[in-house]
Design a protein around this ligand. Structure first.
Ligand code: ADP
Length: 447
């Protein structure tokens, strides 16, 4: 097992990783920018190193600074969390060159899945169902029109290097296609420095359903069921739950097994998420994330499995603590991502938390780095914390969530708590009747 892990991240995930390390008896190193000197995980870590100014480029994305921090502290492994360098294959390789373990997948798998065209080809080869579309990249307008005519409109132009919902353009008819192509290319070039795009059938009313996987890198892999992340705003997940209100046990079993088999074949190492759109009873692969995800606690709550613990173990070359038969789904879990944003305009609201009180009781979990008197810096994402609620079934979970949201107090800044208090009382949500566009439509109605 590792002796000392450097946590190359900030915010709630840094604290989550620190907690897992403590329980494993592994020493921790926090790194932080000057803006994060008073962060909770910095206070709780065994050692801490300031790695630069607030701008992420000069701190959390600064590989030389992170290497220096490893060297100074003698850390033998780095946990990258999510975002920042978590899906940077080059970072994993550089660490390996310096004899430091990267807690994540093999660099070649990060690389394949980071290129959406390659990822889709690989998924297809491994027997995972994909969205109908172009066979790889699109090189000309004529090719785009030919493929679109084959798959039928509407179609979606997507950037190979895309992420965070950027570089995606819908073409409803053939008339929109050339424009959609050039806009997507320009956006992709500006955001990712790569203007490669591909074409996909645009699914009109799908749900977003993703499968959590865990592999030991030696050909053993399990799936831990799905998460339904259909409630999104601007392609950002807002509310995640498991199991999905739309799936039957047999469908879960089938798609889960398909994905686990693919991961065994790939000899995938660590945790990962295979994301699908789900429409009319069918799954369509969209991408794979080769890291721990924000919404991982939802799966932890219904399986009782500590994903970060497993992730650290397999990165150290130890076996997983479980087999597929050990994965049992119990009850229902929902996560609300509480952001420091105005609840209707979504304008960021950084600043000092003057009063803070978290809900408690059976089935309530709050993963947050916030505390009374903490100032949310303006330089990073606006996540204040995640409220995760578990119940023996969906109804109980919703009742408990409603109660927990009413107990939650965050004063001094605006948060999205009021939005969740409304959602939990809305009929479509209570009925589990929503697709990936539901939230945007709901917000547009201004209810
Ligand atoms: P990113 O890496 O930018 O998050 P994804 O491929 O995961 O890109 O897609 C993000 C979101 O865009 C999905 O969750 C879904 O809401 C929407 N989306 C992606 N592909 C399609 C498609 N073929 N049809 C309809 N919506 C899509």
């Amino acid at each position: 097992m590792f002796e000392k892990i450097l946590i190359a991240n900030r915010g709630e995930i840094a604290l989550r990783i620190l907690r897992a390390c403590k329980e494993l008896g592994i020493a921790t190193v926090a790194v932080h920018s000057t803006a994060d000197a008073d962060a909770m995980h910095v206070r709780l870590a065994d050692e801490s190193v300031c790695i630069g100014p607030p701008q992420a480029r000069e701190s959390y994305l600064n590989i030389p600074s992170l290497l220096a921090a490893c060297e100074i502290t003698g850390a033998d492994a780095v946990h990258p969390g999510y975002g920042f360098l978590a899906e940077n294959a080059r970072f994993a390789e550089i660490l390996a060159d310096h004899k430091v373990h990267f807690i994540g997948p093999k660099p070649e798998h990060i690389r394949i899945m980071g290129d959406k065209i390659e990822a889709k080809k690989t998924a297809q080869k491994l027997g995972i169902p994909v969205v109908p579309g172009s066979d790889g990249g699109i090189n000309s307008d004529e090719e785009a029109h030919r493929v679109a005519a084959e798959i039928g409109f509407p179609v979606l132009v997507k950037a190979a290097a895309g992420g965070g919902g950027r570089g995606m353009k819908v073409a409803m008819t053939a008339d929109d296609l050339s424009q959609a192509l050039s806009t997507a290319r320009t956006e992709a070039k500006a955001a990712f420095g790569d203007d490669a795009v591909y074409l996909e059938k645009y699914l009109v009313t799908p749900r977003h359903i993703e499968i959590q996987v865990l592999g030991d890198g030696k050909g053993n892999a399990v799936h831990l069921g799905e998460r339904d992340c259909s409630l999104q705003r601007r392609h950002q997940k807002v509310w995640e739950e498991a199991p999905s209100p739309a799936l039957e046990a047999a469908q879960r079993q089938e798609i889960g097994e398909t994905v686990a088999k693919a991961m065994r074949e790939l000899k995938y190492l660590g945790v990962g998420t295979v994301e699908f759109l789900y429409e009319n009873g069918r799954f369509y692969f969209i991408e794979m994330n080769t890291r721990i995800q924000v919404e991982h606690p939802v799966t932890e709550e219904i399986t009782g499995i500590d994903l970060i613990n497993e992730q650290i173990r397999v990165a150290a070359g130890l076996p997983m603590t479980l087999t597929q038969d050990d994965v049992k789904i119990t009850g229902h879990a929902i996560e609300c991502r509480i952001n420091a944003e105005h609840p209707t305009t979504f304008r960021p609201s950084p600043g000092k938390i003057t009063h803070y009180h978290v809900p408690g009781g059976l089935g309530i979990r709050v993963d947050s780095n916030a505390y009374q008197g903490y100032s949310i810096p303006p330089h990073y994402d606006s996540l204040v914390g995640k409220l995760i609620v578990h119940g023996s079934n969906r109804e109980e979970c919703l009742r408990r969530l409603r109660r927990a949201l009413d107990e939650f107090v965050v004063d001094g800044i605006e948060t999205t708590l009021p939005l969740f208090r409304t959602l939990v009382r809305t009929k479509d949500i209570q009925d589990g009747q929503y697709d990936i566009h539901w939230l945007e439509h709901f917000l547009a109605k201004g209810e």
